[in-house]
Structure formats: structure tokens, C-alpha cells
Design a protein around this ligand. Sequence first.
Ligand code: ATP
Length: 502
Amino acid sequence: MNATTASATGAPATSLQDIIAHAKEYGFVFPSSEIYDGLQAVYDYGQNGVELKNNLKTVWWKAMTQLHDEVVGIDAAIFMHPLTWKASGHVDSFNDPMIDNRDSKKRYRADQLLEGKAEAYANAGDEARAQALLNEMGRLLGENDLDGVRNLIIAEGIKCPISGTDNWTEVRQFNLMFSTQVGSVAEDASTIYLRPETAQGIFVNFLNVQKTGRMKVPFGIAQIGKAFRNEIVARQFTFRMREFEQMEMQYFVRPGTEMEWYNSWKQTRLAFHKAVGLPAEKLKYHDHEKLAHYANAAVDIEYQFPFGFREIEGIHSRTDFDLKAHQDLSKKKQQYFDNDIDPATGKPYGNYIPYVVETSVGADRLFLAVFCNAFTKETVGEGEQQKERTYLKLHPALAPVKAAVFPLVRKDGLPEKAEQIVKALRSEFRVIMEERDAIGKRYTRQDLIGTPFCIAVDYQTLEDDTVTIRHRNTMEQERVPISELKAKIGYAVSMERILEQL
Ligand SMILES: Nc1ncnc2c1ncn2[C@@H]1O[C@H](COP(=O)(O)OP(=O)(O)OP(=O)(O)O)[C@@H](O)[C@H]1O
């Protein structure tokens, strides 16, 4: 799909290449180990990227735990007992079907080739054909009929975009988990996995948290942490990485009430994405056509990236699949005693394995969505003065730097005055000093990293203790007393502003 994000002013659409270039040039995201030509689908966050990403993680954490008395957090290890992944189904079925083109030697996900064809039918107005193709693919994959999948690719006339041929290998299932060895010598070393999702660390701690926290159903456990998947086709920048971060919450509920909670979390999570600044028209729900083995309902929240609408968060009603599987394999009861009275029987609900509603968002995908959305190119000024302006329209609470203080010149006591302002503000929010270059250049530099406020210190400041604040989005300037800066900027950049919308 082609780039689709046009800026508010009708400037040319933003491409993913613009985003990648900007992220790299201004210290947000670098390719991993770049001096060795990088490592595919692995990225490092730079000095500004880490601040933006940390802010997103903090606001998610607060939205989940601080705003919900009944949701608590944990931080489980990446390594887990290997049986965890047997119970969860990942050892046997966390696979993607892959296919290679013999001429180009390129590897593809067989399901994505077929989905691409279905999308082409749908774009050409033939919804029925698109749906029939998706159904047939679902049937074949459900039956693990990999020859059937290959035949379907050939019957649909799907060619490798590089070689232009349909000289396809057979389709093979490829497990996405990374494995490694624990133990010092080969004989007693055993295989363990890098977790492919954070959820299982929550499930195996369900009773620890429930008992020590005296939690009553419904309650949730939230976690932020790394996950690893050996993705077959890893492209689109931080959208699909091999090492990434998830922000997951498992909500444990009484069986039979899961749909009510599923619907409620669907709304809550959409509201979160709007509150961090993603516009309603660029967000949509996408119900899953094909449910995973553990789910009885599933929906994605999609954001319109420059390469089209794609998933940023999944909300899944996971039934009692995981806790039950862990109970069966570990032989440790994963039950909860519910002493609330069931009106139907007049007796307590008693022992049961709770059902689970999960919300799972990728920190890196959310970062990319927020970054793409903030990237703004505008034409400003009139006639001769007209010029193009690029800035990041980030929510002030998410911006890496909240305010930059500029002494007009590097003499006459102005830098010292600016330094005093920085010192007075920096315990409250991230504020930096910018002394180099002409003032216009300094504004531009801050615009490019999304700093919402610039504070200019000039000769008048020495006389009356006032400064000029320049607002990033409007470029408007106002004169304010230094004594008012903390209150004025402090609230504008606080996470409270996001949280109070939820
Ligand atoms: N390879 C990845 N890189 C970055 N983020 C990811 C990756 N895989 C999953 N995520 C994030 O984790 C969230 C929950 O994971 P989930 O297993 O539901 O994803 P998924 O349905 O497998 O995603 P996809 O269909 O795009 O592979 C996703 O919504 C996404 O934001």
C-alpha cells in the first residue's frame, strides 16, 4: 500500500522513509549495531527516543494501575521454565507458514502472500472473492494442509515480486521462538526460550499475586517487558521487530462475565490511544476472522500508519485456556475461591479457574504510531517569507524535552540567568539549556524533537524577571514572569492531562 498520511496543510504525504530518516537524524531510533551494517529488525532507541518511549510506558502503567484499584503490576523474568511454553501451546503451534522463491531466494510468509491477494481483490471491489480466499486459507491452515496452501498460492497466480516467477518451494511451518541453552557444560545444558510474549509470566504468578495481594475477582495484573520473535519477514521499521517490548494486562474474571469485560476493555483501550494524541479517524477496531486456539473473542485496535491500517494492540478473551493448561501440566491447582453469593443458587460461587481478558499493546508499535502522527510538515509565512516547517506535534506530556531555555546572547549575565531558570525547573520536568547558534536555529532544533516550550532570556529579563515563552504548535510568543513558569508549563506537560481524559 502507498503512503497515505497527508499533513494538516495538505503538504505531501509522509512516507515511512521520511519517518525512519527523521527518527535517526534526531536521536530517536538507530539501527542496532550500525557500525557492522546493522542487524535486521533490531533497533536501538537514542537519547530522545528513550525519553518518548519511557513516557509512553509510564502513561500506560499509570493508566492501568493508578486508575484501576484492582489492577497491580509485576515484573517477571524473560527466561521461564521450558514447560511454560509447552503448556501455552507455543512449542507446538507458535508457527508461521513460510515459503521461498527458488529464483530470487527470497522468503515470504505464505499467509501474507494470500492475504495480499485478498486485499487486491477487495481493493478492486470484489469483496466476495477476497472473503472466499481468506476462508479457504483459514481452512487449509487450520488443517495444517501445507501442500494445499502452496497449491492455492500457485492457483491464485501469486508471483514473487522480485523474480516475477512462481517457482515456489514447499510451505514449511517455522517456529518463531528463539531458544538458547542454560547450564555450563553441554551434557547438562537444557534448552530454554526467550519469551515470545510477556503474558505467561503473569499466568504463572496469578496465585502468588492473588494470595499475597488478597485480590478479589475481577482483578488484573499488568506487566511491561521484552518479548522475542524470530519473525520471518521483518520490515516496516519498529512495527515488526525480532526483539520488542510489550505492555500486557491479564484481567481475571468470573466465567460467564468475560464478554462484558472484553467489551469494557475494548472501549477503555481505544480511549487510551485517543488520549495520547492519536486521532479517532486514524484508529479502528478489526475483529479477528480466525480466532487463536485460546480465544473466544478477539479484536485488534489498528492505527493508520503510512503503510496502511495495522494492529497496534490486541484485546483477547482467552477463556481459562492458559491457567487450565498450566494446572494440567504443573499439577498445581490454579483455582480461585469466590465467596460472593450466586443469586441463582443462594450459595457462594465457590472454586473455579478464572477466565481471562487480555489487553496487549506493543510499546514499539505505539511509539511508531505516536511518532508518525506527530511528524508534521507545514508551509508557514506569506509570499517571499514562505517556508516549509517540520516539527513533532507530540502531546507535551510525551515530549522528550518539555522546555528549552535560550539565553539570547552568551554574555552580560544572560547564560547565568538562564542557568538559574533551568535549575529551578528541572526537578519538576525535563528542561535543557540551549546556547549555541542563532535563536531561529535553536527554535528549529527544538521543533524537530517536539519540545513544546522554548523560553528566551533577554536583557529585559535582567530588569523585570520576565521571559518569552514560544509555543511549538502555533509559534506564538508571550511574555511571562519567571515566577509563573513552573505552574504554567508544569501542568501543560504533566501526565495528569492524559490520565484525566480516561
Ligand atoms: N514483531 C513485533 N514487533 C513489534 N511489536 C510486536 C511484534 N509482535 C507483536 N507485537 C506487539 O505486541 C502486541 C500483541 O502481540 P500479539 O501476539 O497479539 O501480536 P500479533 O497478533 O502476533 O501481531 P502481528 O499479527 O502483527 O504479528 C501487538 O499488538 C503488537 O503491538
